[in-house]
Design a protein around this ligand. Structure first.
Ligand code: ATP
Ligand code: PRP
Ligand code: MG
Length: 281
């Protein structure tokens, strides 16, 4: 049985469970459940604190897990990124009271509050900057400057709303770009991981692509197919009207409207877009 660690709380928890459910696995209905067996899929799920997932995977007590790239790197565990999962995207950045710090060299001699001490220590060391202290906090790091325990922070930034509310602004380049990732122990792939990987890739593809169908005059098929090359090659079928063909292709979801405009311009009509429920490439 493949042993899979899943975040039990925080921003990773719900989307991780949702993704596994979409991939056909049983998931818990009650958030107090700590372990769940899915005998049909030869899998056992352990619901653990997001920060602890890498520790268990690194120790080899579970085979794989879902966590954040930032949490993985901060853990120092003997675990590696196996598959990026495309949700919980964020950057990890320095921020200070508006107008006070503009360059990471100015961090020298200052107090930095963070929940990610290893990330910050390594980043400052790599840049030859020596802070006065790295102050560890569990959360609500943005409040630390106003409350006087730090001069600046290093924290997760998504929309920047929390920073702005605290009177802080980012400076310097992002320390890291993070998202949810599937991790495994450093070394050979555990048995059964290939199936889980293919299933998750299927969910990712189904989320990233739509199916586009349209009719196009035979003389315009080549021009239309150049706009929708599909993943391998689009399906072109005859229509009752011998002058026209029907085309079906997968299109990146984000480009849906631009592609429809371009198809219309070359003469395609009856352009229909459908969501992909599941797929295996
Ligand atoms: N606003 C956010 N947008 C995207 N990802 C986030 C956000 N906040 C936290 N994360 C990600 O969630 C992971 C941290 O999970 P953790 O459960 O420790 O914190 P949390 O999501 O802030 O939960 P909590 O509600 O306990 O504060 C990290 O990978 C982090 O990058
Ligand atoms: O850029 P934003 O969209 O504002 O999101 C970023 C904030 O979200 C998370 O905080 P969370 O709400 O989880 O609280 P915490 O700091 O106590 O973990 C993170 O730690 C940041 O504070
Ligand atoms: Mg948080």
């Amino acid at each position: 049985m493949l042993r899979i660690a899943v975040p039990n709380k925080g921003s990773l928890s719900e989307p991780a469970t949702e993704m596994l459910r979409e991939a056909g696995y049983r998931q818990r209905r009650d958030t107090r459940e700590l372990v769940l067996t899915d005998p049909d899929n030869d899998a056992e799920f352990f619901f653990l604190r997001p920060r602890d997932v890498a520790v268990y995977v690194g120790a080899g007590t579970v085979d794989v897990g879902i966590t954040g790239r930032d949490l993985l790197l901060d853990s120092g565990a003997a675990a590696v990124e196996h598959l990026p999962l495309g949700f919980a995207r964020s950057t990890f950045r320095y921020a200070a009271p508006v107008g006070t710090i503009t360059d990471i060299a100015q961090i020298a001699g200052k107090r930095v509050a963070t929940s990610y001490n290893v990330l910050v220590h390594d980043h400052l060391a790599a840049n030859g900057v020596e802070p006065a202290a790295i102050v560890h906090l569990d959360g609500a790091v943005e409040s630390s400057v106003k409350l006087g325990v730090a001069d600046l922070i290093a924290d997760v930034v998504e929309t920047g709303t929390t920073l702005r509310a605290a009177g802080l602004e980012i400076f310097g380049e992002p320390i890291l770009r993070s998202e949810a990732v599937m991790i495994r122990r450093d070394g050979p792939e555990p048995d059964g991981l290939a199936t889980l990987t293919r299933r998750l890739q299927g969910v990712l593809t189904a989320r990233q692509y739509v199916l586009m169908d349209y009719d196009v005059p035979l003389t315009k098929v080549e021009a239309a197919v150049a706009i929708t090359p599909g993943l391998e090659s689009p399906t072109v079928s005859p229509l009752h009207d011998a002058e026209w063909a029907a085309v079906r292709a997968m299109v990146p979801r984000a480009q849906t409207n631009r592609v429809m405009d371009d198809l219309y311009d070359v003469g395609a009509r009856a352009i229909i877009v459908t969501s992909i429920h599941a797929c295996r490439l």
